[in-house]
Design a protein around this ligand. Structure first.
Ligand code: GDP
Ligand code: MG
Length: 389
């Protein structure tokens, strides 16, 4: 399963975001290092369910809105010099290894200082935090490289040694290929063998960009003075109110409102059950949602999966007539796949044996056979025919 990680300074709202997105308990508090161990939970990406256009509800979506699971990790807060082990630095950075992409949560209201302590809204520039996280991650990667550097340098004296492969092997868990190493070297404008320390740090920055695509989530917009938001505009930030999303999910679970994660607005369904304080709270959230077309939590997850990681959703079925599995369950599974994937890739994702025994695939919408090399599209429903069962 795809894994997203929430990274950032303490107090930016990571655990609140995590709880809202997973509806799992996580400790939330207004002081640093509340999150000691990373919490791993299941969040979802939101997509249009194909049953919407098939004229028959599948039973696995809500009115044509489908939620596809992804892992979400709530990582310990990061403070300056984490790469030197400050705070829970190394632990923080190591838990990022598992992540396919990172959601960098910053306090867009400017109410959290560099160390993660609460300060007056607007007094800290969150744009600084974006560079800070990139720097810490680059320095973490540099630390790994530095540990192996003298050995790599020595080996590089022999003719048959590929420095690109050697470095890629050092970054185990970061899924870096020798080609990535070469790209990062060119991008940094250095020659790995003769580079200065500054050059290598620049190289490590590129390695981080390749290995851990990242979006910035500008959280706490509900608290943000206008000037604070302006500072982040133009930096492609996804604004959010994680606290707002958490309140809406709880209200929806209690049947007080009608709201699906990612909706631009909610509707009160049980007004008489709301206390004046709840009414006031919901009213404030509604105001924020108007400005940002929602709470921004689902939007950030969707952007990470569909834009950053460039994934599509594909639905494998066993019966193309009924769009179902062998037991008649319609559209039972939804798979996230890299754009450019083929039916054979899907077969392997369903099961290695199914992939190995792949014979052909059928596009369930057209009922036509498709080639092994056919490129899958978002929302495709595919029957795989394989020698394996
Ligand atoms: N107003 C407001 N407060 C928030 C929001 N998100 C988190 N908080 C508060 O900020 C504080 C820190 O949140 P937490 O999730 O523990 O931050 P973490 O240290 O990054 O995990 C808590 O008091 C939260 O209730 C938000 O969107 N708006
Ligand atoms: Mg936390």
């Amino acid at each position: 399963m795809i894994t997203l990680a929430l990274a950032g300074k303490p107090n930016s709202g990571k655990s609140t975001f995590y709880r809202a997105a997973t509806m799992a308990p996580a400790e939330i508090a207004n002081y640093p290092f509340t999150t000691i161990d990373p919490n791993i939970g299941v969040a979802h990406v939101r997509t249009d369910c194909p049953c919407k256009t098939l004229g028959k509800p599948c039973g696995n979506c809500t009115d044509g809105v489908r939620f596809v699971p992804v892992n979400l990790i709530d990582v310990a807060g990061l403070v300056p010099d984490a790469h030197k082990g400050r705070g829970l630095g190394n632990q923080f950075l190591d838990s990022l290894r598992q992540a396919d992409a990172i959601l960098h949560v910053v306090d867009a209201s400017g109410g959290t200082d560099s160390e993660g302590n609460p300060v007056d809204p607007g007094s800290h520039d969150p744009a600084v935090d974006i560079e800070f996280l990139k720097f810490e991650m680059a320095m973490w990667v540099y630390g790994i490289l530095d540990k192996h550097w003298s050995k790599i340098h020595r080996q590089a004296q022999t003719r048959t040694f590929s420095i690109h492969r050697g470095i890629a092997e050092v970054f185990t868990g970061l899924s870096i290929t020798p080609e990535d190493v070469r790209d990062a070297e060119v991008g940094a404008g250095i020659d790995l063998l003769t580079a200065s320390e500054a050059g290598l740090v620049e190289f490590c920055k590129r390695i981080v960009e390749i290995s851990k695509p990242m979006i910035t989530v500008g959280n706490k917009v509900d608290l943000a003075p206008k000037g604070a938001i302006d500072r982040l505009k133009g930096t492609e930030v996804n604004f959010s109110t994680a606290a707002g999303e958490l309140a809406l999910r709880n209200a929806a679970a209690a049947h007080l409102i009608a709201y699906l994660p990612g909706d631009a607005a909610f509707r009160v369904v049980n007004e008489s059950a709301l206390s004046p304080a709840q009414k006031g709270g919901l009213g404030k959230i509604a105001e924020v949602m108007k400005d940002y077309k929602g709470t921004g939590v689902q939007q950030a997850i969707n952007r990470a999966v569909f834009e950053l990681l460039d994934l599509i959703v594909v639905y494998p079925v066993e019966d193309e007539q009924h769009y179902s599995d062998s037991r008649g369950r319609m559209l039972p599974d939804a798979f996230l796949m890299k754009k450019g994937s083929t039916p054979k890739d899907l077969a392997f994702q369903v099961h290695t044996d199914i992939g190995k025994g792949f014979l052909y695939a059928v596009d369930a919408k057209t009922k036509m056979r498709v080639k092994e090399t056919h490129v899958l599209s978002q929302g495709d429903i595919i029957r795989i025919v394989s020698t394996a069962k």
